[in-house]
Design a protein around this ligand. Structure first.
Ligand code: GDP
Ligand code: MG
Length: 443
């Protein structure tokens, strides 16, 4: 795997140990790492150059934040800039207006148009829409069959195209049928070539003129990295795309293509394909991809790994608490118990965005089982109220807790002290309480 950007920046700033603030020298060294990490994540060279320049300005203009080390500060700035560059918030599909809404799927051969058409229809149906799938790729043998089979699997109606028909006629006839049947959304799966092809572009432009789609989604294979950028540019010039579907993000592509396509075309990624199955498509969240590009971890992995152990809702709640420094002993105990099942605290922290650096600060987190048991014993002898409100724990309560678990007062003090420090660091790492811009990866 890649070394994460967080790791790299920590390495750089370690060399400058003792320097508690950002200055020209350490910022330049940090930016070098940012540049390399982005290039490795397959972000377009020009995009990287502009991006790094912007981050550099922000870093030097940054006030010194108490208790936050330079590496953390740079990571935070880079993260926020990435989210901004990726479009800030999630961009909604534009399917309001007159019915049926028309969505055209375009892109090179093999990028995932047919699969994504079916996946999107599936998503739309979950939102109580009535989708209609239209196979309009008459060139690739079995392409029509492929979409019709997927439609059948999903139980979603599809237009009955045949390979002898003309794609332009298919689109128009299907639209007429959709109107008659009162479908909400028409998804047209078009043909692709291995390379940009004038003839195909003309055909797509004709379909566009005839059916006036609300959305033209450019489907790009995330694994093709920078190549996807040139192709996106060309499709955008000729068809004026309205958004992007980034497929195959389940592979080890780091998402650099998302960043490059957005900055070059100005069009946002709206969906990501996360696997071959028809349920494996997600609405695009800029902060998740930013985290992935930075290698800051991906809470989805956490959710998956913990499987039944952690629900997504719970993870969200945990992040919210960390951000607000409301993380309490009850949460701490829950995480500890989970950790015993999943593996080390290390592996849990690595999966929570922004927590990699915390790990470095806390040092060796491979707490031996015996130590874990001691910590748990202390937490167990607290009252519910104390666990929920650690600030209640005064001297006399500490003494009672120590007696209750048969440990020394010093052990209780040590635990409370490291817990308080940890909580403060979590808050800083999550950018807690700094308004909406300062929002660190939402889980
Ligand atoms: P098209 O030529 O653009 O219509 O591409 P297809 O939809 O036929 O997809 C090409 C291949 O990519 C198929 O084998 C799909 O199963 C696969 N594919 C599409 N989307 C994804 C994805 O998000 N993840 C993975 N792993 N495979 C995908
Ligand atoms: Mg296809």
């Amino acid at each position: 795997m890649f070394e994460t950007l967080s790791d790299r920046l920590n390495g750089v700033f370690e060399k400058f140990s003792g320097q508690k603030t950002l200055n020209d020298e350490n910022v330049q060294a940090g930016l070098r790492e940012v540049r390399l990490a982005l290039l490795e994540a397959d972000v377009n060279f020009k995009v990287v150059k502009e991006f790094v320049a912007r981050v550099g300005e922000k870093c030097l203009g940054q006030d010194v934040l108490k208790g936050v080390d330079p590496a953390q500060q740079v990571i935070k700035i880079v993260h926020d800039e990435l989210v901004e560059l990726l479009g800030g918030d999630t961009t909604e599909l534009n399917i309001s207006g007159s019915k049926p809404a028309v969505i055209m799927m375009v892109g090179l051969q093999g990028s995932g148009k047919t699969t994504s058409s079916a996946k999107l229809a599936n998503l739309l149906r979950k939102q109580n829409k009535k989708p209609f799938l239209v196979p309009a790729d008459v060139y690739r043998p079995a392409a029509i069959d492929q979409l019709q089979t997927l439609a059948k699997q999903l139980g979603i109606p599809a237009y009955n195209s045949t390979p002898d028909m003309n794609p332009v006629d298919i689109a128009s006839a299907a639209l007429a049928e959709a109107k008659e049947q009162e479908y909400d959304v028409v998804l047209i799966d078009t043909a692709g070539r291995l390379h940009i092809d004038e003839q195909l572009m003309e055909e797509l432009a004709t379909i566009k003129r005839n059916v006036t789609p609300q959305e033209i989604l450019f489907v790009a294979d995330a694994m093709t990295g920078q190549d996807a950028v040139t192709v996106a540019e060309s499709f955008n010039e000729q068809l004026e795309i309205s958004g992007v579907v980034l497929t195959k993000m389940d592979g080890d592509a780091r998402g650099g293509a998302a960043l490059s396509i957005k900055s070059v075309t100005g069009k946002s990624v709206k969906f990501v394909g996360m696997g071959e199955k028809l349920s494996e498509m997600e609405i695009f969240h800029p902060d998740r991809i930013a985290g992935r590009i930075l290698g800051m971890g991906d809470v989805l992995t956490l959710v998956e790994k913990a499987q039944a152990e952690v629900s997504e809702k719970e993870a969200e709640e945990m992040a919210r608490k960390m951000q607000k420094a409301e993380f309490d002993f009850e949460d701490f105990r829950t995480q500890m118990r989970r950790m015993k099942k999943i593996g080390s605290l290390d592996s849990i922290l690595k999966m929570i965005p922004g927590m990699g650096a915390l790990k470095n600060k806390l040092g060796d987190l491979n707490i031996p089982d015996s130590e874990l048991n001691r910590i748990e014993a202390i937490i167990n002898s607290m009252t519910n109220q104390e666990r929920r409100n650690p600030q209640l724990i005064n001297q006399s309560r500490k003494e009672r807790i120590a007696k209750g678990c048969g440990l020394k007062l010093k052990d209780v003090n040590d635990l409370i002290k490291s817990f308080t420090q940890m909580r403060q660091m979590m808050k800083q790492m999550m950018g807690g309480g700094k308004g909406k811009k300062g929002k660190f990866p939402k889980l």
